[in-house]
Design a protein around this ligand. Structure first.
Ligand SMILES: Nc1ncnc2c1ncn2[C@@H]1O[C@H](COP(=O)(O)OP(=O)(O)OP(=O)(O)O)[C@@H](O)[C@H]1O
Length: 172
């Protein structure tokens, strides 16, 4: 219930397709844990949620029960090969929670996107096609400030920065 009240702060009634990036350059500060649990909690209170995994480690993908070895197309195909986002959306075991998974293939995207025109807005464009289908889109970012994180920040309406209570995480 407290969760529901908290998210009223994010302009309830104007929530359709609100995109939230979970980002911090520092690794191991809780980005994936926040992404998965925030997504599951919003889904639990009846919001339709899309969790987009942009971390090549794919922890958010496995965190919502997707077997990475079984994934045929992932966020890499959307970003690099212009595959439509709607065709790579997977349902999860949690009602109302959907995901665009990531696999290790995504590690190549940082380099492959470099010569691409408008490389920093490819995720924004792709999610623009599906954002009206969801109340919230949550983007789990990798622990870096490369093109994947830049795409996530460009696509987002809001950013949550998890920070461990230690100095280096704050610097991140
Ligand atoms: N609130 C928390 N309290 C205690 N441990 C936590 C909390 N959130 C996450 N953890 C633990 O911290 C570790 C790192 O969490 P997580 O993988 O979510 O971080 P991350 O920022 O996504 O890491 P990376 O950027 O390297 O992928 C995990 O073992 C996780 O279980």
């Amino acid at each position: 219930m407290r969760f529901s009240n908290y998210f009223t702060c994010l302009k309830e009634g104007d929530n359709v397709g609100k995109i939230i990036a979970i980002a911090n350059q520092k690794g191991g500060v809780g980005k994936t844990t926040t992404s998965v649990n925030l997504g599951a909690c919003l889904a639990y209170i009846g919001k339709k949620v899309l969790l987009v995994d942009t971390d090549p480690q794919g922890n958010a993908t496995s965190g919502v029960g997707i077997e990475k070895a079984d994934v045929e197309q992932c966020i890499y195909d959307v970003l690099v090969d212009d595959v439509e986002a709607k065709s790579v959306i997977h349902p999860t075991a949690v009602e109302n929670l959907y995901t665009i998974p990531a696999t290790i293939q995504l590690a190549g995207a940082e380099i492959e996107l470099v010569p691409t025109i408008s490389r920093e807005v490819r995720l924004k464009r792709a999610l623009g096609e599906v954002k009206d289908r969801f109340d919230y889109i949550i983007i789990d970012c990798p622990p870096s400030l490369g093109l994947l994180t830049l795409n996530a920040l460009t696509a987002s309406d809001a950013v949550i920065i998890p920070v461990q209570c230690e100095y280096y995480a704050l610097e991140g």
